[in-house]
Design a protein. Structure first.
Length: 398
């Protein structure tokens, strides 16, 4: 259940003036430079078996600004530079906790162009946002209103590969409160033929956003490959490719948001399968389709919206044989290749749709997980123990 107000990021597109774009571009470059310098310093200290924390890198930043070589760091706001050092500290915290790999250096061409401002680095009054070192407010396209009386605590400005500018305002949203308890529970089986199959028998079509623009994307990529490296025409061609990718990603994200919001509002308990998507995309024949389906994004959205609205998401052990287990009698079938979409149980004679049967089994075992007191990720949340899905063996009718 949600006990405190939820902080939400409201993202908007804006259109900077030439001066603002130049200032932000300088800021992005300085943020990248400071991050890489701090990472290099901490890496060298790590080799000497020394520990360098955020306070030490902050002192280094002050010293760097006084040198002739890095004097340009004084031309931009100091707030984003301090924030990137905090982000680096967070990255190392995750690394030491074995939740992430060692931090990597930021690349000018590949890394995300962004800068984060705290309250001392911006002014928000009467619906106008003005960043530090800027005389004019940003020309923001307010596509949706902020919560009444909202006061942003953090503002993040970014530019994507397609050249679009975005500003994200983090503020408390009092409208996000737990929904009234519902009796419905649903098992969700993800797939490629159908994006989702619910235990109710409903099948949600896979929109295949990438496939719809595949021909256009391939043409743009061929034209990009023929342009001379470093030329202005190559930069234009690269932006055209990025715009197609951005349109695909926008459609996919919009569809997932609508779908996950609907599922969370209608059901109290949602049961999914704990899939390792990063391993599944190593299958070269299915990698493109799996990436286009965005199963990981679907799960992330489902989990944080469930936390917002007082719902429960249960992830069942990935080794649970949901497709091969008869949801009627519990009999376990033999090997079942992916091309088998319907099958008949040898024990009770019931004919099953493979995906609907899997969703029903996920729901049944998910409710068992709740009864046994297991967590969302059974195999990780019970150290040294056995997941709830493995504590009960399927029963066969005599």
């Amino acid at each position: 259940m949600v006990t405190a107000q939820v902080k939400r990021a409201f993202k908007y597109r804006f259109y900077p003036t030439d001066e603002q774009a130049a200032e932000l571009s300088r800021t992005f470059g300085c943020v990248r430079k400071v991050y890489n310098l701090a990472l290099a310093a901490r890496t060298q200290a790590w080799a000497r078996q020394e520990r360098v924390n955020y306070n030490a890198t902050s002192a280094m930043l002050t010293a760097w600004k006084k040198t002739e070589e890095l004097a340009f760091l004084n031309e931009v706001s100091s707030v984003p530079l301090q924030q990137c050092l905090r982000h680096l500290q967070t990255a190392f915290t995750h690394f030491f906790a074995k939740r992430a790999k060692y931090p990597r250096f930021k690349s000018k061409k590949k890394s995300r162009r962004s800068a984060e401002y705290t309250t001392s680095g911006f002014r928000f009054r009467d619906g106008k946002l003005t960043l530090a070192k800027m005389a004019e407010s940003l020309d923001i396209l307010w596509s949706r209103p902020l919560p009444e009386g909202a006061k942003p605590s953090t503002v993040t400005v970014s530019q994507d590969a397609a050249g679009r500018w975005f500003v994200s305002l983090l503020c408390e949203d009092p409208s996000v409160t737990p929904l009234p308890a519902a009796e419905a529970a649903v098992g969700i089986d993800v797939g490629l033929d159908h994006l989702l199959t619910l235990s109710t028998g409903e099948k949600i079509a896979n929109p295949r956003h990438e496939r719809r623009d595949r021909a256009r994307l391939a043409l743009a990529q061929r034209r990009l490959a023929k342009k001379e490296k470093g030329s202005a025409n190559r930069a234009k061609a690269r932006r055209k490719v990025a715009k197609i990718h951005a349109r695909i990603a926008d459609r996919r994200r919009d569809g997932l948001h609508k779908l996950t919001t609907r599922l969370v509002r209608e059901n109290q308990t949602l049961v999914i399968e704990d899939l390792t998507v990063r391993n599944m995309v190593k299958n070269r024949s299915l990698a493109r389709s799996i990436s286009d389906a965005a199963w990981a994004d679907f799960r992330n959205m489902l989990e944080y919206k469930a936390a917002w609205y007082g719902r429960e998401v249960i992830a069942v052990d990935r080794f649970f044989p949901s497709s091969k287990l008869c949801s009627t009698c519990g009999a376990l079938q033999g090997r079942m290749p992916l091309h088998v979409r319907t099958w008949r149980c040898d024990s009770c004679g019931t004919t099953h749709d493979r995906d609907v049967n899997a969703a029903k089994n996920l729901l049944a075992v998910g409710l068992t997980v709740t009864a046994c007191g297991a967590g969302v990720r059974p195999q990780r949340s019970i150290p040294g123990g056995q997941s709830a899905t493995k504590q009960e063996t399927p029963r066969r009718d005599p």
